[in-house]
Design a protein. Structure first.
Length: 251
């Protein structure tokens, strides 16, 4: 039987023991936007990843997530078949009190399996859905120069909060390679364009081959629907103004 200390400790729990090939770890978490979460979820599906571990901690809300027709832990770790790409995803917010403990456990585990780096995908909250957008890189100078060379501009300034920011801070402390890709994301309505931008940026950074057709179709559909709504509103306003002018003219 597990002791009290074990029950209330933070750790990465492996579902299966396997070998990894110096994987890059890509993280997306619940936060002020859904951009990172949507992007990593899309990566997991497109790369055919399966769950290999989860993070247990008293600081993670005791909930279950039903995805892929299965009940799952809310803080999960996935790997592709080759073991050279991994993903960390969590749909629930993490208590600020537990950010250090959880991020320290993840980075220590990542070092133990020989991971090469961690990349956090995140969104910059904005009020509107942008028709076009860029993703920006946040990293130390050498890695930032590589991103810029690969066509990803560096952010001028930014603060990464939550578990993503805590992971990057722990990378600095432990001397582990860590970076973040960020892009504007609407907080008002679902914004597949933010996920598309981040997926395109991660392909530039890593050379991964990821089919973005589904995301592009979602973006095109949203823009068409928004254009239709704007046109309907504009037409309605024009008729309203015309009617008022006509009534005023004959008073």
């Amino acid at each position: 039987m597990a002791g009290k200390d074990e029950l209330f400790s933070t750790a990465v729990v492996e579902i299966e023991k396997r070998e990894y090939d110096h994987p890059i770890i890509i993280g997306g978490f619940a936060g002020s936007t859904m951009a990172g979460l949507l992007s990593v979820g899309y990566l997991i599906e497109q790369l055919g990843m399966h769950q290999v571990a989860h993070v247990k901690s008293p600081y993670i809300p005791p909930v279950a997530v039903f995805v892929g027709n299965k009940l799952r832990h809310p803080f999960r770790i996935y790997s592709n078949k080759k073991g050279d790409v991994m993903a960390i995803i969590s749909e629930v917010p993490i208590s600020d009190l537990g950010l250090y403990e959880i991020s320290a456990s993840i980075i220590e585990w990542a070092k133990n399996i020989g991971a090469s780096e961690i990349v956090v995908l995140d969104g910059i909250p904005v009020d509107e859905v942008l028709e076009t957008r860029k993703s920006y890189c946040i990293a130390e100078s050498d890695e930032l120069a590589k991103c810029i060379k690969n066509g990803i501009p560096g952010a001028q300034s930014a603060i990464i909060t939550g578990i993503g920011g805590s992971l990057l801070n722990e990378c600095l402390v432990k001397g582990f390679k860590g970076s973040s890709l960020i892009t504007p994301c609407s907080v008002e309505i679902p914004d597949p364009g933010s996920a598309l931008s981040l997926i395109q940026a991660i392909t530039l950074k890593t050379g991964l081959k990821i089919d973005t057709k589904l995301l592009q179709d979602s973006v095109n559909k949203m823009h068409e629907e928004m254009a239709a709504v704007i046109k309907q509103y504009t037409d309605a306003q024009s008729k309203k103004v015309g009617k008022v002018s006509e009534e005023t003219m004959y008073r």
